[in-house]
Design a protein around this ligand. Structure first.
Ligand SMILES: CCCCC/C=C\C/C=C\C/C=C\C/C=C\CCCC(=O)SCCNC(=O)CCNC(=O)[C@H](O)C(C)(C)COP(=O)(O)OP(=O)(O)OC[C@H]1O[C@@H](n2cnc3c(N)ncnc32)[C@H](O)[C@@H]1OP(=O)(O)O
Length: 211
């Protein structure tokens, strides 16, 4: 049974909470739907063992889709992937979808379910996917509304227990200290009461010439 990728239903999308819904110039609901369809393909392909004929047929179909889209290549400023702030994962198909329950400008608490696409092995989420979740979650807290933009200088991740796929986990991130340009943020990923992974990140606020 595949876990639901869209955790809608009570939660609030992190990107909406962070006030970025004001950035509407790249809103593209049809593109967000395309990204959602691709996420589903990633998920289904990761768990499938189809007969060779079907794999060949599906590869041809996907190749045709890529051929159709390729002429619409744009530069980063015009890109809409990653900028769908009203949608889970912002239309960025690498990111696991986080549903935010609370956000107060300093700390965020949410939920995430890693699907089959994020499997490392033996039922455990790939460590790189956990690091990705933390970089994005802590990064968004660092880049909250009205805060200067900040980049990850380092991200230290501890893997305390196996993180299971297909199970709803809670995720948390909060600012520990701000010293000048340096913002220290801590994060936790929990299965029930158990902390399965934790992170500590340094985000450095950018100077005007670095934007
Ligand atoms: C890619 C841009 C991201 C910005 C996105 C923002 C908004 C977009 C909107 C929506 C998107 C939604 C949310 C965002 C979600 C996720 C964000 C993820 C962020 C990333 O995924 S981003 C990619 C990975 N990231 C990099 O690609 C960084 C490469 N790197 C650099 O760009 C520089 O390295 C920089 C700027 C970090 C610092 O460089 P710099 O020249 O400005 O400053 P400097 O070196 O002087 O350091 C100043 C003070 O930080 C200390 N310090 C620095 N580095 C340290 C370290 N590693 N360990 C210990 N201390 C360190 C120094 O010791 C000094 O401390 P002190 O002042 O006390 O001496």
């Amino acid at each position: 049974m595949t876990a639901p990728l869209d955790p809608r239903g009570g939660g609030v999308d992190l990107n909406i909470w962070l006030g970025r819904d004001a950035e509407t110039d790249h809103d593209d609901p049809a593109f967000a739907r395309l990204a959602g369809a691709l996420v589903r393909v990633q998920e289904v392909v990761s768990g499938a063992r189809p007969p060779p004929g079907l794999s060949t047929e599906a590869a041809t179909t996907l190749g045709r889709v890529a051929d159709q889209l390729e002429p619409y290549d744009v530069d980063e400023a015009a890109q809409v992937a990653g900028r769908q702030f009203r949608h889970f994962s912002r239309g960025q198909t690498l990111l696991p979808a986080v549903a935010v329950d609370t956000y107060d400008g300093q700390r965020v608490d949410g939920r995430v379910t890693f699907g089959r696409f994020y499997l490392g092995s033996n039922g455990a989420v790939h460590g790189g996917a956990i690091s990705l979740l933390f970089d994005d979650l802590l990064g968004q807290v660092a880049n909250g509304p009205d805060a200067p933009r900040a980049r990850t200088a380092y991200l230290h991740v501890n893997f305390h227990r196996i993180t299971p796929i297909g199970v709803e986990l809670s995720c948390h991130a909060g600012i520990r200290t701000v010293e000048g340009r340096k913002v220290h943020i801590d994060g936790e990923l929990c299965h029930g009461e158990e902390v399965v992974a934790s992170a500590e990140g340094l985000f450095v606020r950018l100077e005007a010439h670095q934007l």
